[in-house]
Design a protein around this ligand. Structure first.
Ligand SMILES: Nc1ncnc2c1ncn2[C@@H]1O[C@H](COP(=O)(O)OP(=O)(O)OP(=O)(O)O)[C@@H](O)[C@H]1O
Length: 334
């Protein structure tokens, strides 16, 4: 659905050139909910703006459904952008228009007649759970309600793709959850491919099936969310995952490993049995179960004994039990 082919974007500033994206190759399939995650300045917004060509790449190409974006005229680009809806952190609603008018506005721009636009807008308000708010003005709505209006507006013209740029960053955790739930429902019911740009791993874990991690304009790791959660490879992925739920710094140099339970391994008391077998205790520093897009995944961080030989044997034991075992720090074991 979306293909980045060696895309680079350079910004020319008075202070010099800034590399927003650096030779990015990425493929987002139809129906994916694809997460783009990275720290501030990693290139996330540049990436998402290159999808609809609000930002033109300096080199390389973006293909949407096989169509080369660089080959399109301005008029063709405008047509293509109708296929790509977008929502933003601060909602970008028209404050002088009520909810119904906000949604009708984008339909009318696309040439839909007044009565038909109103009918469609009311249908969409039902979808986003705001049927009773059509006459309200944005200032009378909560953040979550404003984002629901923005979502209704973004999908009004039946786009193939919905781009979400930090769409839940201004919302509290409970509202975030309900907006993410709505996005999942839209993906499921309409088959819209969704690209989610965020700096929060919890957002990716909650709704995305695929993810790419950006750092200084480079894609440093990409894959399914469960693969990357289980066995992160790049330092950036490790710090996003291990750092997202624990005090990783405190674990440095303390013989710590991270284990991830696969579905069929969660019933056996593996850690308890291991300490019995080796007659040596281990310290459980952190344990959690995460909901990865509907599937439970358990993780633990263990501090193994000082004795390197026993610690090594414990790692072997855990691997034999079919658990993923990763180091918290590069120099431990693996
Ligand atoms: N219009 C621009 N002119 C100059 N430099 C830019 C421009 N847009 C982005 N950049 C630079 O490109 C790099 C990537 O910026 P981008 O906004 O894509 O990052 P981001 O990951 O979205 O960051 P944030 O999470 O803070 O929004 C940064 O170094 C930024 O300063």
């Amino acid at each position: 659905m979306i293909r980045f082919e060696d895309v680079s974007k350079e910004f020319h500033t008075k202070a010099g050139n800034v590399q927003g994206l650096n030779h990015v190759n990425l493929h987002i399939s139809k129906g994916d909910i694809f997460g783009i995650i990275g720290m501030s300045g990693a290139g996330k917004s540049t990436f998402i703006r290159c999808i609809n060509y609000l930002e033109h790449p300096t080199s390389g190409d973006v293909r949407i459904d096989g169509c080369r974006m660089s080959g399109l005229s301005e008029r063709q680009l405008r047509e293509m952008r109708k296929e790509i809806g977008m929502i933003f952190q601060h909602f970008n609603l028209l404050m002088q228009k009520n909810v119904l008018e906000n949604i009708c506005f984008s339909l009318k721009i696309a040439g839909v007649k007044d009565a038909e636009a109103k009918k469609r807008a009311r249908e969409l308000l039902k979808v986003v759970g705001l049927a009773d708010k059509e006459k309200a003005y944005p200032s009378q709505l909560s953040g979550g309600q404003k984002q629901r209006v923005a979502i209704a507006r973004a999908i009004a013209n039946n786009p193939k793709i919905l781009l979400c740029d930090e769409a839940t960053s201004a919302l509290d955790p409970q509202t975030t959850k309900s907006v993410l739930e709505l996005l999942k429902q839209i993906n499921r019911d309409y088959g819209i491919t969704i690209v989610v740009v965020t700096h929060e791993m919890s957002v990716v874990q909650e709704i995305c099936n695929q993810v790419a991690i950006l750092n200084e304009g480079n894609v440093v790791e990409t894959g399914s969310v469960s693969e990357i959660f289980t066995a992160p490879k790049s330092p950036e992925a490790k710090s996003l995952i291990i750092g997202s739920g624990s005090t990783a710094k405190e674990m440095r140099g303390r013989h710590c490993i991270r284990i991830v339970f696969k579905e069929n391994s969660s019933y056996e008391p593996v850690v308890g049995n291991m300490t019995l077998q080796f007659k040596t205790p281990v310290n459980i520093l952190y344990a959690n179960t995460k909901d990865l897009n509907g599937t439970a995944a358990g993780e633990m961080i263990l501090q193994l004994p000082e004795d390197t030989e026993i610690a090594g044997k414990m790692v072997e034991y855990l691997k034999e039990k079919n658990l993923y075992v990763g180091e918290v720090e590069q120099d431990v074991f693996i």
